[in-house]
Ligand binder design. Structure first.
Ligand SMILES: [Fe+2]
Ligand SMILES: [Fe+2]
Length: 246
């Protein structure tokens, strides 16, 4: 794909997304062929029939998560959390946000749109999305003609694998701590944590998953801090920037 084609497909992604506005930084990431391709697949999945399930618009959620991640990096990490800021790089955080749920395209559609309780085997299939997403990212990075940053993709795959680390029952999350490079370990650990907070936050503040109505600030605070303790500052930043407290 030449540069003009890449620019065009990036614009197509934005056009297809009901003109969800994105920053130039995110638009540039969308222009990366692998990001474009994976998000297009998510979008196509949702175009199958009337997509109204518990995971309504994973595509929109992916873009929204990336948008929040960028605000967190630019306006929170930079000024308020110097230690974290040093460990995290913006592209890793925002690109991981865009790609974190791409493994959902392997969840059968009947599960995605099912109303009501999932069976244990259906839950297992849903939970596999984190590992499946990581495998997809590794496969992209391993392609001989991949022109992007292979190491960054590997790091992002590790983050994607761990984006539900706070919940029990997700497979294959044990190897992180064996990575010999301390800086890489810290990067993966910090991005996984920040992204997980943003991921749950976006699910709660939108109407897509845990409840029909967007959750109030106090409910968001309680759920997030219960799931990921120690993130008070980040949670308050998200609430004050994205939820109108009544
Ligand atoms: Fe997820
Ligand atoms: Fe998500």
């Amino acid at each position: 794909m030449n540069n003009t084609e890449v620019e065009q497909v990036g614009r197509d992604v934005i056009d297809l997304s009901n003109n969800i506005e994105v920053s130039p930084f995110i638009a540039e990431l969308l222009n990366q062929p692998e990001v474009y391709q994976e998000l297009k697949e998510l979008l196509e999945l949702e175009d199958v029939g009337e997509f109204k399930g518990r995971f309504e618009s994973s595509y929109k959620h992916s873009l929204d998560t990336a948008k929040i991640a960028e605000v967190v990096y630019d306006n929170y990490l930079v000024g308020n959390s110097a230690e974290r800021f040093e460990k995290i790089d913006k592209e890793t955080l925002v690109k991981a946000a865009l790609l974190h749920d791409i493994g959902k395209d392997r969840i059968p559609l009947d599960i995605l749109v099912k109303e009501g309780k999932l069976t244990p085997s259906e839950i297992t299939k849903v939970r596999a999305h984190s590992v499946n997403g990581a495998k997809k990212i590794q496969a992209i990075a391993n392609q001989p003609d991949f022109e992007g940053d292979r190491e960054k993709m590997w790091i992002i795959s590790e983050v994607v694998k761990r984006h539900h680390f706070y919940s029990e029952g997700y497979p294959d999350m044990g190897e992180l701590w064996e990575h010999p490079d301390e800086e890489k370990r810290a990067l993966i650990e910090e991005v996984s944590k920040v992204l997980s907070v943003i991921d749950i936050f976006d699910a709660l503040r939108s109407q897509r998953s845990y409840s029909k109505e967007p959750a109030s600030a106090s409910v968001v605070r309680e759920i997030l801090l219960n799931k990921i303790p120690g993130e008070e500052e980040l949670v308050e930043f998200l609430i004050s920037n994205f939820i109108k407290e009544k």
